[in-house]
Write a protein that binds this ligand. Structure first.
Ligand code: C5P
Length: 235
């Protein structure tokens, strides 16, 4: 397969066309942003960690019946994925209060929620990814009722599978963000990434952050934390 022209450059990834119209190549960068782009920096080695972790977790999830865009890892930073039309929703599942949930609702960080929750944000830079509900998503034509039902079902399944899986490595899954895409036939698949950029991982014994909050909150140690997650999961 040939890597052709760059189609898109995001905050953490570049996407390239290939000679197969149904496939693209994702190239993971070390660039990190936080606070809606207000903070910019680099987390050395992050691209490699996020590429490898995402692929490993997507393969594991596919084995458990959650369809994904993953096709083939090409190199430390590059992966072939199915070309999808991204559903413009950030789908966030939470088990424990943290981040924007604590700020919005005044619940102390670390509070275990009585049930896992789901929320949707409209992927829209101009309006800073506003929180919306499923009726807004339908009203705006972002997704159909059936697609939202499918996405919700997959998101909670990912939460169940991933929470149990990570605990084997002494990692608590606090919350995470997923994105989904549509294949040309309309099938919904898990897309984007699953990494310390997009999940909150806490050490199950010490509660130490093993994720991008170290960077977001200027706590330091983010490079080591990303390597630690990769070492635990991939050996
Ligand atoms: O900031 P907030 O508490 O809403 O984030 C919830 C979860 O979603 C966190 O795991 C965070 O890493 C992830 N997230 C993300 N990309 C965003 C917003 C949140 O990956 N743009």
């Amino acid at each position: 397969m040939k890597k052709l022209e760059q189609l898109y450059e995001g905050k953490a990834k570049k996407v390239y066309a290939t000679d197969d119209p149904n496939l693209v190549i994702v190239d993971y960068k070390d660039d990190a942003t936080a606070g809606d782009g207000a903070k910019k920096g680099t987390i050395r080695g992050k691209g490699v960690v996020n590429n490898k972790l995402t692929n490993n977790l997507m393969k594991m999830l596919a084995g458990e019946g959650v369809p994904t865009h993953f096709v083939e890892e090409l190199s430390d930073r590059e992966t072939v994925v199915k070309k999808v039309e991204i559903v413009p929703l950030e789908v966030i599942v939470r088990n424990v209060a943290a981040g924007s949930f604590t700020k919005r609702l005044g619940v102390p960080e670390g509070t275990v929620l009585k049930i896992p929750t789901i929320e949707f944000s409209y992927k829209n830079d101009e309006y800073h990814d506003p929180l919306i509900n499923s009726y807004h998503a339908r009203a705006l034509g972002l997704a159909t009722e059936e697609e939202i039902a499918t996405i919700t079902n997959y998101a909670f399944r990912v939460n169940d599978i991933l929470s149990k899986y990570l605990l084997k490595f002494n990692i608590r899954l606090i919350d995470f963000k997923l994105e989904f895409g549509r294949l040309p036939d309309g099938t919904i698949v898990l897309a984007d990434e699953i990494s310390p950029d997009t999940c909150r991982f806490w050490d199950a014994t010490t509660g130490a952050h093993l994720d991008k909050d170290l960077f977001r909150r200027d706590l330091g140690g983010e490079e080591e934390a990303y390597q630690e997650v990769m070492a635990r999961l991939l050996g």
